[in-house]
Design a protein around this ligand. Structure first.
Ligand code: PLP
Length: 311
C-alpha cells in the first residue's frame, strides 16, 4: 500500500520485485502481447546509461525509443524543467506565455523557408491528425496518400495512415486514405536493381497512384523522411526531392517537403524531428502564415446562439 512521506508526497515501493509485480498486474504495454512481456525495471539513468533497482547498468544504444538522444537526465534539461515547474505548469490556449512563445520562435528559426507559425501538440500522432485536418480544410480535398511500410501513430486517424499490420485491428478506420509503395531497394516493389532505378520507379509509381486516385481529390501525401519502425529505410538520393518537386506529380497538390504538408494554399508543414530530444511528450507542426486569407475556404460561423445553447 502506498503512503505519504513526511513532506506529504506519495512514497512508493521501488524494489525490483514490487515494481515487476505491479507492472505485470496493472500496466498495459502498447504494441505487445501482454503475456510475453518481462519488462526490465528502470530505476534511474544518466547520459547514455540506465540502471535497474539492483544497480545493474545498461548502455542504451537505442536511446529508449530513439527519443532520449540527448541522454538521460541532462543537467540543463532537469534544471529547466524544475525551474519552469516552480513558476508555471500549465497555460491554456487562450493565453500567451514567455516559455511557449520562445519555444515557437526557436522552432520557426529552424524550420525551412517561411514556416513561421507553430502549433503545439502532445505527440506525433496528434501532430499528424492536425496536419491531415488542415490539409483537408485548406485544399478542399479529402484524400491522403500514405506509404506502405510506414508508421504514423496510434490515434484513430494516424493509425489509419499507418501502412503496416498494426493498422489492421483498427480497420475500417478513417476514410479517404490511399496507399502507395515507397522505395526500398532491398525488397524492391519495382524489381529495380540500382538505387537510381528504384528512385525513378518509385516516383513514377507515386505519380501513377495520384493520377489513378484522381489528383483533384488528393489533399496531401504523408511520408517519413527515413522510415523508422518499418526498417530504417533511407530513401535513395533524389526521392524526397522528386516528391517535393511539384512538377514531379502533375496535377498533384502537396508534398514539397519531407514528411511534409503543403496543401494547395500553402499552409502547413508538419515535421517530427528525431534529434535532440529528451523523452518528454512533445509535438509540433510549423505552418506558413496565409498570404491571402481571403482565398481560404470560409467556414460557417457557429456560436452558442446558432446552436441554441446560450442561456
Ligand atoms: C514516424 C512517426 N510518426 C508518428 C509517431 C507517433 O508519435 P507519438 O507516439 O508521439 O504519438 C511515431 C512514433 O514513434 C513515429 O515514429
Amino acid at each position: 500500500m502506498s503512503m505519504l512521506d513526511e513532506t506529504g508526497l506519495l512514497a512508493f515501493p521501488t524494489d525490483e520485485e514490487t515494481v515487476r509485480k505491479n507492472d505485470m498486474a496493472h500496466v498495459l504495454h502498447s504494441w505487445a502481447a501482454q503475456g510475453h512481456i518481462d519488462a526490465v525495471p528502470i530505476a534511474g539513468g544518466e547520459g547514455a546509461w540506465f540502471w535497474d533497482p539492483n544497480g545493474r547498468r545498461y548502455l542504451d544504444f537505442s536511446s529508449q525509443l530513439v527519443n532520449v538522444n540527448i541522454g538521460y537526465q541532462h543537467p540543463r534539461l532537469v534544471a529547466a524543467v524544475q525551474e519552469q515547474a516552480g513558476r508555471m505548469v500549465t497555460v491554456s490556449p487562450a493565453f500567451a506565455n514567455d516559455a511557449r512563445s520562445e519555444a515557437a520562435r526557436l522552432i520557426a528559426e529552424l524550420a525551412p523557408g517561411d514556416l513561421d507559425m507553430v502549433f503545439f501538440t502532445s505527440g506525433g500522432a496528434e501532430a499528424n491528425e492536425m496536419a491531415i485536418r488542415m490539409a483537408r480544410v485548406h485544399s478542399g480535398r479529402h484524400k491522403i496518400l500514405s506509404a506502405y511500410r510506414s508508421y504514423h501513430g496510434s490515434t484513430a486517424g494516424a493509425s489509419a495512415l499507418t501502412g503496416e499490420p498494426r493498422r489492421w485491428a483498427t480497420e475500417p478506420g478513417m476514410p479517404g486514405v490511399a496507399r502507395f509503395w515507397g522505395p526500398n531497394l532491398y525488397r524492391s516493389p519495382f524489381h529495380a536493381t540500382t538505387e537510381q532505378e528504384e528512385c525513378e520507379r518509385a516516383l513514377q509509381h507515386l505519380r501513377d497512384t495520384i493520377v489513378a486516385e484522381g489528383s483533384h481529390t488528393v489533399a496531401a501525401v504523408i511520408l517519413e523522411t527515413v522510415v523508422g519502425t518499418n526498417g530504417i529505410l533511407v530513401p535513395p538520393d533524389g526521392y524526397l526531392a522528386g516528391v517535393r518537386e511539384r512538377r514531379a506529380v502533375r496535377g498533384g497538390t502537396t508534398h514539397r517537403g519531407p514528411s511534409a504538408w503543403r496543401p494547395r494554399h500553402g499552409l502547413l508543414h508538419q515535421r517530427r524531428r528525431r534529434g535532440q530530444r529528451d523523452g518528454h511528450p512533445d509535438g509540433a507542426g510549423a505552418l506558413r502564415p496565409a498570404q491571402d486569407p481571403g482565398r481560404l475556404p470560409q467556414l460557417p460561423r457557429v456560436d452558442s446562439r446558432s446552436l441554441g445553447t446560450d442561456r
